[in-house]
Ligand binder design. Structure first.
Ligand code: ARG
Length: 458
């Protein structure tokens, strides 16, 4: 297919140049956005009297036909075209002759591509947000079933204090709510129409930028034509938001992998969402979680690629910027793919409550509560801390727990202890008493669940 810019050239383009230069292999996915953008542009050209109204109508009608034909499979995108913009315009001209050639009035591929990516990513942001909302809903359900499931909370991967599995899951919900917020924020800044920036210097035609922006659902128009065609901040912002999502999914995956191990055995993944080994018959592997953890590296790579492509190019458009699409599309596709597998994996996993409870019973995770018990009896916290430290050392020596240590031993270390200590260090009680907002008590977690459900509904 012929290039759009042939006039000045005397020789045919070398095949090597065409192969290297072409972007249709990865920008053809924007065909719908390209056509939608062109329809809005053609309408505006007609309304503003820049082309005949009748021609504008012919162009928009035929663009709609082209869109339908691509969707139905009647028209195949020619991968020999330089890019999707060239293909669509070429097809239009093939169908309409002279009239088709009027579409590109007052427009450049530079503002056209800046528009298309925005339209495309805007849609992708909505898709990713919806998937994250689905994950949040699943997590709220799983949390709702586990508000009384005691498990050890960890710091330094050492058992620290008692929490519930619900509370732990809701920590991920907090992260995912921030992710949705970040996507919405990126979308807001992205939703500005660059069309009318032309190649870089705007245009002498009396275009109506507000009209095209309105037709395409933008919140406004870009303020500077040089920036309009050379800005890819919105790709970088989105890649950054997607990278943070992957950090969250990767941390979650790491925990899933640990929880599945015989060392923890806190959960079991459904057979449909785990894999086996070709040699070890006993194996059941958390491959989905491992792949999600691994794919986070890809998305960070995409962000790094975008930052690096953009950091050294003089204003305005440079061909380097064609590299934006593969990176940002890969980041979007990877996140979507990860969520597609991750959500049902979480939905179907079995929670081994007893094992969590047994792990919570070992590791002295009620030691802080034991110290707090002495504080309630009037001892300064530092002295209480020291007394309980001695008790823990004694338990380790004797192979006991704070629950099984005799009251006489308690009294030897501090005379303030009485039988009431056993109630104070009961794990269920320790959790139930943590009533402050944001804490692990069932009431508090129910409130967290309610707030999260409300957040995803709006
Ligand atoms: N395929 C190009 C891209 O993705 C479209 C813009 C071409 N503009 C140009 N001046 N060569 O960036």
């Amino acid at each position: 297919m012929a290039q759009l810019w042939k006039g000045r050239f005397k020789k045919e383009l070398a095949k090597e140049t065409n192969d290297f230069n072409s972007s249709i292999g990865f920008d053809s996915r924007m065909y719908e956005e390209d056509i939608t953008g062109s329809i809005a542009h053609a309408r505006m050209l007609g309304d503003a009297g820049i082309i005949e109204k009748s021609e504008s109508e012919k162009i928009t009608a035929e663009l709609k036909n082209i869109l339908e034909d691509i969707k139905s499979g009647a028209l195949e995108i020619d991968l020999n075209a330089e890019d999707i913009h060239t293909f669509v315009e070429g097809e239009l001209t093939a169908r309409l002759g002279q009239t088709g050639k009027r579409l590109h009035t007052a427009r450049s591929r530079n503002d056209q591509v800046a528009l298309d990516i925005r339209l495309c990513l805007r849609k992708e942001i909505d898709a990713v947000s919806d998937m994250i909302k689905e994950l949040i809903a699943v997590l709220c359900d799983r949390a709702g079933e586990n508000t009384l499931t005691i498990m050890p909370g960890y710091t330094h991967l050492q058992r620290a204090q008692p929490i519930t599995f619900a509370h732990h899951l809701m920590a991920y919900v907090s992260m995912l709510c921030r992710d949705i917020d970040r996507l919405a924020d990126a979308r807001r800044r992205m939703n500005i129409c660059p069309l009318g920036s032309g190649a870089l210097a705007g245009t002498t035609y009396p275009i109506d930028r507000e009209e095209t922006a309105r037709l395409l659902g933008f919140d406004g128009i870009s303020q500077n034509s040089v920036d309009g065609v050379s800005d890819r901040d919105f790709c970088i912002e989105l890649a950054s938001a997607l990278s943070i999502i992957m950090v969250h999914l990767s941390r979650f995956s790491e925990e899933i992998i640990m929880w599945c191990s015989w060392e923890f055995k806190f959960i079991e993944l459904d057979d449909a969402f785990s894999t086996g080994s070709s040699i070890m018959p006993q194996k059941k592997n958390p491959d989905i979680a491992e792949l999600v953890r691994g794919k986070s590296g890809r998305v960070f790579g995409d962000l790094t690629a975008l930052l690096t492509v953009m950091k050294g190019i003089a204003l305005a458009y440079n061909k380097d910027m064609q590299e934006d699409k593969e990176a940002i599309f890969d980041a979007v596709d990877t996140v979507k793919m990860c969520l597609t597998a991750f959500i049902p994996m979480i939905k179907t996993m079995t929670v081994l409550k007893e094992n969590m409870r047994n792990a919570a019973a070992r590791g002295f995770i009620n030691a802080t509560d034991c110290a707090d018990y002495l504080v309630a009896k009037g001892l300064p916290f530092r002295d209480a801390y020291k007394a309980v430290g001695e008790l823990v050392a004694l338990c380790i020596d004797k192979g006991l727990t704070l629950e099984t240590l005799a009251i006489d031993e308690y009294k030897k270390v501090c005379s303030l202890f009485d039988e009431g200590v056993y109630d104070a260090i009961n794990l269920e009680k320790c959790v139930l008493c943590r009533l402050a907002p944001g804490g692990p008590s069932p009431q508090s977690v129910e409130a967290q669940i309610k707030a999260a459900r409300k957040f995803i509904e709006k």
